[in-house]
Design a protein around this ligand. Sequence first.
Ligand code: NAD
Length: 478
Amino acid sequence: MIAELLIGGQWRASRSGRVEEVRSPFDGCVVGTVPIAAVEDIEAAMEAAERGAATWRRTPAHERMQILHRAAELADERSAVIARTISAENGKTITEATVEASRSGDLIRLSAFEGTQLYGQTLPLDANRGTGFDKIGFTVRQPVGIVVAITPFNYPALLVLHKIAPALAAGNAVIVKPARATPLTALALAACFVDAGLPDGVLSVLTGPGGELGDLLVSDSRVRKVSFTGSTGVGARIAARAGVKKLSLELGASCPVIVMPDADIELASSAVAAGGFANAGQVCISVQRVITHPAINGDFLDALVPKVKTIRTGDPASAETSMGTIISTSEAERVERAIAAAARNGARILTGGERNGSVVEPTVVADVDPASPFSQDELFGPAVAVSTAADWESAITQANGTAFGLAAGLFTADVAGAIRAMREIDAGNIHINWTPLWRADLMPYGGLKASGIGKEGPRSAVAEMTEEKTVVLHGRPW
Ligand code: NAD
């Protein structure tokens, strides 16, 4: 597949003429070719977005909703093709890619609805001494204007749509810079919006390396909002360069799960065997650390390891494969090195630890030092690190003991303990009797600490992609 840039409603080649191949992380086959956007393409997309934003903000919300609903129908119709594109360029299994693609239409519809809900409030100005009844105040919400959306490789459809759909629903123009490894899915989704009748200029997609395009996109003063999902390092760079504009940063994590002695061990081990290995562990809310009570640590590991051993690696395109590849061989080597370093530091590899090309075997590592890099740094690979804590106090301290704060899970029958943990764990999402690897697209979603700022989920994203204005009508001028 030879893809083109989308600039202001037109599909076209890069002004530089440069292209790059998108390759399967599984077997290195060329999946497609995409343009590398040039500086002139960024300028053209900005100019188109200025025009598009002016048109789109004057388009009534019900018309915006109709166009988004058509885009959702197209995403539903094209779901199988989009799933194959996701699996081919990302390396996740076709089963996982099919689930991801099938959520697209509903996510667009949820966002379209939120774009029709831009309510304001009336202000009780007379409660302010001296104001009286001669003035009326109210607020209105309006689109910010131009949104730049920069997305990672791990959910090439959903994380693009969590930005595009609310931004468009709220009346903004959007310029998307998808991950370099997974641009084809973003282009396929953008085609749904174009084919649904989105006016020219409202949506652009620029493919190419973030290091080349990123600074120009995020620092442009015409852009009123940058919505970024990716690593904490790149997020920090964007925050330093963005200047005075709205910013959402959905960043890295090292998510914990606490398993207390009164937990349902079968439930906890099944959930960790799913939550640590979905998408080969390349999920920001993947289970990276399990903190067990010493009384049940052995039982938990005995229940977990056989379940992890049943996970089948192989060709992502096969329905028999339950875990796909890491995004590249060099990333797989990094994960392999991290596991080996944990073992050298005294941890025990109970299963896995091996690598074959870009496939890392599903791995369980016990007796991990919570202060070691294996717990502290984001792994983004298919391994869980198990350590112990003797009570709620120390389990919560350990859960909070990294720079991150995206999501956490805990398994217990102790309601009082769960409520305490829910209040004291510094994480944006907390799951009681499940792992952090769970997301309903409508829920507010975002991290604390080094995991970011702001919230996604259609309602939250629409709120963050709009501006609130206060208006006062002066019946008398004093
Ligand atoms: P990444 O930070 O390497 O890249 C993300 C995007 O940023 C890509 O489009 C990339 O091209 C672009 N980019 C790179 N350099 C840039 C720069 N200087 N300026 C602007 N943009 C630039 O992340 P990745 O490897 O694609 O994704 C994995 C990371 O994403 C992990 O850290 C993971 O935790 C995080 N993530 C977070 C969430 C969340 O909701 N918190 C969700 C998914 C992934």
